[in-house]
Design a protein around this ligand. Structure first.
Ligand SMILES: *Cc1c(COP(=O)(O)O)cnc(C)c1O
Length: 334
């Protein structure tokens, strides 16, 4: 059994999902990249039980990894059907989000099953151009959701938001899809104009954007040592004990997504006491000054990992931090 635990608070996940729901629109959930590193299957199960009906992954592999989806849910694959993927797509109950004229043509030639379509309104990432979407390319297609994606939603006052909204409204009015969807987490915060029929939040569900924390990291004390004043800890001997100190060496490091920059100012909580990290973060280990506690070898400690603070300290986004937690944790759901 791994000596690292990533505990997912599913009540917080569900609370975050409810908190971003918008009047008049269904609230979906992006569970790509294995649920932003926290576990896609378990995320789907928890959110479906709470009433979420729409889920999004990036690829057919991610769709297959989810296995049988809960009843009355729909799974959409954001990258659509790339070359060589049609057999996998047709074997899956998931729905593609078609992004290019070639994807649309291939889908039309292969099946009359429903699909979603992405139209690019300015992010210049994936999707048909508005001209392509309005050219008749989609006529006769069993189009369920027409999607677009915002480039600058994290900046509420950015001119791109209103510009993309206006373009999307025009495309929706012309194409007349069954449903329309524009907002991810940041777009939801822009307000009711951005709601349309369905939203696609991801990061806000997992504790980003000021949501309730969802992921908790716990690791074990491999060794406790007593240092004399003047002794140093770790690579580069960057920290020295000012007095006799008890140091706990804990089996978590930067390979577990705990960035080196989180060492200074970081802590572990042991027996309810926050203990400062000392010395450099190693690949597999951190050290904490536990002089104020009775922590012993084999004890579990909680590793401080506040998403917003960690993002500010490291300069990495909340997305990178979550998806970078690595593969050495035993995940638990409570
Ligand atoms: C990842 C993704 C989302 C979710 O984005 P968040 O910023 O995590 O809310 C929604 N829509 C699309 C197209 C995406 O790629």
């Amino acid at each position: 059994m791994p000596n690292l635990h990533l505990t997912v608070d599913t009540a917080a996940l569900v609370a975050n999902w409810r908190a971003v729901s918008m009047a008049g629109a269904a609230t979906g959930a992006a569970v790509k990249a294995d649920g932003y590193g926290l576990g896609a299957r378990e995320t789907v199960a928890a959110l479906a039980a709470a009433g979420c009906r729409e889920f999004f992954v990036a690829s057919w592999d991610e769709a297959a990894a989810l296995g049988t989806m809960p009843a009355r849910t729909r799974l959409a694959v954001l990258h659509g059907v790339q070359d060589g993927e049609m057999a996998a797509a047709l074997a899956s109950p998931a729905v593609p989000v078609l992004n290019t004229p070639r994807q649309v043509a291939a889908w039309r030639a292969a099946t009359d099953r429903p699909c979603d379509v992405m139209v690019d309104t300015g992010i210049n990432r994936l999707g048909l151009t508005p001209a392509e979407a309005g050219s008749g390319l989609l006529d006769g297609l069993a189009l369920d959701v027409l999607h677009s994606h915002l480039a600058c939603a994290e900046t509420p006052g950015h001119a791109m938001n209103a510009a993309q909204l206006a373009v999307f409204r025009a495309v929706v009015a012309h194409v007349r899809p069954a449903r329309a969807s524009l907002a991810a987490s940041a777009g939801i915060a822009l307000g009711a104009d951005y709601a349309f029929d369905l939203t696609r939040p991801g990061i806000a569900l997992y504790g980003g954007r000021g949501g309730r924390p969802v992921a908790r990291l716990e690791a074990r004390v491999v060794q406790v040592r007593t240092l004399a004043a003047g002794d140093s800890v770790g690579y580069g001997a960057t920290w020295r004990a000012a007095r006799e100190s008890r140091i706990a060496v804990v089996n978590l490091g930067y390979a577990d997504g705990f960035a080196c920059a989180l060492g200074p100012g970081g802590n572990v909580v042991a027996g309810g006491v926050a203990c400062p990290l000392v010395g450099r973060v190693s690949m597999d280990l951190i050290a904490a000054d536990v002089t104020a506690t009775h922590v012993a070898e084999g004890d579990w400690v909680q590793v401080g990992f506040d998403l917003a603070a960690a993002a500010a300290t490291t300069g990495r986004s909340e997305y990178e931090l979550l998806t970078g937690l690595g593969h050495r944790y035993a995940r638990a759901y409570e």
